[in-house]
Design a protein around this ligand. Sequence first.
Ligand code: HEM
Length: 343
Amino acid sequence: MAIAFKQETFRDDFSYRNSAENIRRFPFPFDRDEYMYAVNMEPHVKGQKGTAFENLIDIDEHYVAEMRDRALVLKEDPLRYQALPHMMAAQWDTLELLMEEQAVGFPEHFTLARNGDQWRWINRPLGIDDTFTFGDRSTLPCEPLEYITRQAQGDFCIVDQRDGNLWMDAGMVTTQADWSLDFDIGMNFMEWHGPVPLAHQMGVFDRALKFLLNLQQGKPTRRFNWTMTINPRLDTSPENYHKWGPDRATVTTGNVGDKVHLRVEVQSLWRLPRSNAILFVIRCYLMNMNELVTVPKWARRFPRVLRTLPPELIDYKGLTRYRQTTIDWLSKFDDGEPTSPGT
Ligand code: HEM
């Protein structure tokens, strides 16, 4: 079924909202009333129709607006896209994967026609119809990773595997929760995870790295991450901290419902066929508190998660200024009833 793409903004007047249908497909990440870091990886397999897992690369009603926001970010700051020279094979791997998944999942919006290395790509929502030679950079308007990630929702990192480690050697990162590709490029798995509290001591990163080094082609894996954002802003980068950091001090009892957003990342990891690199997809979903409380079991669970969150995570996720106000507002929706495990 064709998606009705919304005209909306993730900045200035912040007109982004979820339709009732999109709220129902929101990937609520909590399967219990408290939260702590874990090696929470599961096979990235297709889920039920009408969910965010119906397809392995998800497109929703925010696609066109999100792509417009990405273009604005890149215009102001081209370093949000970077790829080191040895990543060209991985770039083509990624282009192939994203075109295939989008064309298979959403045939009414995307078509990929291949004749040997002559490919035709049609992206109807963005009005693109291009023919190019797979593997020949000169036949595209820009590098293959930039080309395809200007047409795919979420952020993308490609990590190279060598010396028993993973290296962040390419990416398109414009919708990130306060980290910078320009800062992290060329770092390894332990280095870029350096700022994360508690997880190193718990052995989470040792186990996660070991798992990823053995990731097999055709068996992608996924995990959830989450944080909170004030206003529906996609670009919460360190580069633009001066624009969004002060928003955290603007939350009041009167505006929690509109301003405070749960920000969920469905992260999927894919072994790439030619380069043996791993594609890390960070697909971001935003939902304000007014929308969240329309689902009673979420309204009950989320304040409990916030209330019991370890102090180190409150600080790292940047929730300190508005967490209590949000709990107070949400608590009227928590009837104290027990919740069931699972989402
Ligand atoms: C946070 C990248 C895989 C667990 C982060 C951050 C980055 C990142 C850039 C932000 C760090 C900062 O504050 O500057 C990646 C990449 C991965 C990957 C590129 C794939 C190759 C994983 C895996 C796990 C994991 C497999 C599983 C345990 C975490 C956790 C955080 C984090 C727990 C903190 C998130 C929060 O509390 O908001 N990751 N990561 N990451 N990562 Fe990863």
